[in-house]
Design a protein around this ligand. Structure first.
Ligand code: ZN
Ligand code: FE
Length: 256
């Protein structure tokens, strides 16, 4: 079974190592910085096989070239964004498979945050690496894509199994919880989760990864088609994408 190691770096980024014990192949997802990744690899005596990039932002590809230089690993990224992924060796897109030893990841195109954002889904390991598309109780900002694209991308991720671990790239959950509470302050599952998030963060502990089942139940950005949330916004019966766009706008202006 795959091992997933979470490495907190910078102020709020998470970098992940994915390791197959049988083949000893190892991938790093969205390496922002080099040293913490090399340290963790050395400590575990793991050799890097792949860099997997979800999108081109510097806090996701910052260590690509140094890691490639240091380990000779293969850099994987979206083929439509090849010009913006430093050191890219292998170009992938929707439906492509990637082998890590005997385990496989499928590639999902999830544009919205950027126009070339992808996610890696390791089905057998129940692990989704979704970069800055889906966050715990939140979603990425629309830097390059439209609300329509992002809503479709989130719906694609929402279709994955409940047991999926959402390994996103930032610890933004506390701010996201406070925003979600402005939308549905008396929705019991959200209330409970928000309290738990406050407790975890107060103790300096990560809230990521979360379970996709929990995101489906409490993440407002996955519930733009939920009649209860819609009526909370006074948008009952409107197209989900309009409700999503309104949520995203409000979050953009939210100062928690
Ligand atoms: Zn980003
Ligand atoms: Fe980021």
């Amino acid at each position: 079974m795959l091992e997933v190691i979470q490495i907190p770096v910078l102020s709020d980024n998470y970098v992940y190592l994915v390791h197959d014990p049988d083949s000893r192949h190892t991938a790093v997802v969205d390496p922002a910085v080099t040293a913490p990744v090399l340290d963790e690899l050395a400590r575990r005596e793991w050799v890097l096989t792949y860099v997997l990039n979800t999108h081109h932002h510097w806090d996701h590809v910052g260590a690509n070239l140094e890691l490639k230089e240091a380990t000779g690993c293969t850099v994987v990224g979206f083929r439509g964004d090849a010009a913006r992924i430093p050191g890219i060796d292998r170009m992938v897109g929707e439906g492509d498979w990637l082998e890590l030893g005997s385990c496989q990841a499928s590639v999902l195109e999830v544009p919205g945050h950027t126009r070339g954002h992808i996610a890696y889904w390791f089905q057998e390991a129940d692990a989704l690496f979704c970069g800055d598309t889906l966050f715990a109780l939140g979603c990425g900002r629309l830097f390059e894509g439209t609300a329509d694209q992002m809503w479709n991308s989130l719906c694609k991720l929402r279709d994955l199994p409940d047991s999926t671990r959402v390994c996103c790239a930032h610890e933004y959950t506390l701010g996201n919880a406070r925003f979600a509470m402005t939308i549905e302050p008396d929705y019991p599952p959200l209330l409970e989760r928000a309290k738990q998030v406050e407790r975890l963060r107060a103790a300096g502990r990560p809230t990521v990864p979360s379970l996709l089942a929990e995101e489906k139940r409490t993440n407002p950005f996955l519930r733009a088609d939920d009649p209860q949330l819609q009526s909370r916004l006074g948008m009952g019966g409107l197209p989900a994408v309009e409700v999503f766009a309104e949520l995203r706008r409000r979050k953009d202006h939210f100062r928690g």
